[in-house]
Unconditional design. Structure first.
Length: 144
């Protein structure tokens, strides 16, 4: 019942006005500044000393896992930067399109935009795009 109400409410969401667009632009700029200030996650080399063979057998797999995690975080960070920059470009070039779902062209709910100001899809379209089992992994190596 609640889901139906939310879907109907989303369909009748009013278009954003200029003041709201300025507020979302400021929020996007703040997010971008925070991400850039954080910098990339440092990727430690696999071996500090190239002549060191043997040593602690647990350190190599742990180091490789840490590298994989850091690399994944850097990719996610870069993806977020691209999404934020695209939203800022949309606000600059076609401000009337900001906040509209790119699939169904309905207004994205303000609450969603407050949480994810670079959202390109409404909740309904985003949900239909995602795997119902959760996650978007398609092959074994997707998370490596």
């Amino acid at each position: 019942m609640r889901r139906r109400f939310e879907e109907r409410a989303e369909e009748h969401e009013e278009e954003l006005d200029d003041e709201e667009r300025r507020r979302f632009r400021a929020l996007l700029v703040q997010l971008l500044d925070e991400i850039r200030a954080g910098g990339d996650v440092e990727l430690a080399p696999n071996r500090v000393d190239a002549t060191d063979i043997g040593g602690d057998e647990d350190s190599q797999p742990l180091n490789e896992m840490s590298q994989a995690i850091a690399s994944s975080r850097n990719r996610a960070r870069t993806g977020s930067v691209h999404e934020i920059e695209a939203a800022l470009r949309k606000l600059r070039e076609t401000p009337e399109d900001y906040g509209l779902c790119e699939r169904c062209e309905e207004q994205i709910r303000r609450r969603r935009l407050e949480l994810i100001p670079y959202a390109r899809l409404c909740v309904r379209c985003q949900s239909s795009r995602e795997d119902p089992r959760g996650g978007t992994r398609k092959k074994l190596t997707d998370y490596v």
